[in-house]
Design a protein around this ligand. Structure first.
Ligand code: UTP
Length: 312
């Protein structure tokens, strides 16, 4: 495990959550052939790769140390977050300040660490690889193939971290409301009595149900790629047997925490927030179009092109 930028400003000493883990070692088979030799987490959305949006979201929420769980064919992630002084000097000397601006993300107050999950054995197994890095603290998990776009003053992740800090030792899962017809694709929340399961609300979690049918689902709140976990999730992961596909499932370990009395909360996306999943071709296309349309420089032109193409 190694830091690549040596910032050394790790411990802010205020008891806040500062560490995050980005699992990015999956095979991305649903995105083949795009992912044959490049990480799906590096696929472009507008003018940035997916994982850069995630890092910016984490930095905005106050995270200062990020551990990437990488694997075979994921080298491009490390290269992307390495400062390239030669390139910057060349751009500066040739007066290309506007392009240099595009590399500003290197100035985020974040230190990067990497470890490898040699064989992808599931999301739970990937998170388990972070144990030595976390050393006793609560931490954030942000899936490397999902972006949370937020127009709120306090983003989903900030609200989740607030909730975790308000009830120390608990876990918090970010959730999104999905149509009944889609619940079979997600891990779903069974809400408890405390709180509200309305859009943007916080509710206690009674149980989690993996990919239920529309008739069996206890709610329409689906797990949305963001978690705040207490350190004891690592013990639960160690005691979790391989589940579906022979993989260690994070959801199974969280259910173990629940059964053993750990409190859990769902914090859901508001109407001004959206989750983008780039793990399958359909949702990747939708995400790309939305991000490209938002591009400050070229979004308007793309919109005009689409209007003309579809005679709108
Ligand atoms: P997914 O299950 O959606 O990713 O994991 P996948 O396995 O790459 O997808 P398919 O089914 O083969 O298309 C969500 C996130 O968890 C990471 C992935 O890289 C992705 O960012 N992950 C998943 C791991 O780090 N390790 C794993 O063993 C599985």
């Amino acid at each position: 495990m190694e830091a690549n930028n040596g910032k050394g400003k790790y411990d802010k000493g205020d008891g806040m959550i500062r560490k995050a883990v980005i699992p990015a070692a999956g095979l991305g088979t649903r995105m083949l052939p795009l992912t044959k030799s490049q990480p799906k987490e590096m696929l472009p959305l507008g003018r940035k790769p997916c994982i850069q949006y995630i890092v910016e979201e984490l930095a905005d929420a106050g995270i200062t140390q990020i551990l990437f769980i990488t694997g075979q064919k994921k080298r491009a992630i490390e290269d992307h977050f390495d400062k390239d002084t030669g390139l910057e000097k060349m751009l500066s000397m040739s007066g290309q300040q506007d392009i240099l601006e595009e590399l500003k993300f290197h100035d985020l107050d974040v230190s990067y660490f990497y470890t490898r999950q040699s064989v992808p054995q599931g999301l739970g197994h990937a998170v388990g690889c972070a144990r030595d890095f976390i050393c006793g603290e609560p931490f954030v998990i942000a899936l490397g193939d999902s972006i949370i776009h937020s127009d709120e003053d306090r983003s989903l992740l900030k609200r989740m971290m607030d909730q975790s800090e308000a009830d120390s030792g608990s876990f918090v899962i970010g959730t999104q409301s999905v149509p009944l017809g889609d619940v079979h694709k997600y891990g779903m929340i069974k809400p408890g009595k405390q709180g509200t399961d309305k859009c943007g609300g916080t509710v206690e979690i009674e149980d989690l149900i993996e990919k239920p049918s529309a008739g069996q689902t206890p709610s329409t709140l689906a797990i949305a790629a963001r978690y705040v976990m207490p350190y004891r999730i690592f013990d639960a992961l160690e005691r979790t047997s391989p589940g579906k596909g022979g993989e260690i499932q994070l959801t199974d370990a969280i259910r173990l925490l629940l059964r053993e009395g750990t409190k859990g909360y769902s914090v859901s996306l508001t109407g001004r927030e959206k989750r983008y999943d780039i793990g399958n071709i359909r949702s990747y296309y939708e995400a790309f179009v939305d991000f490209a349309l938002e591009d400050e420089k070229y979004g308007y032109q793309l919109k005009q092109y689409l209007i003309q193409k579809f005679h709108l």
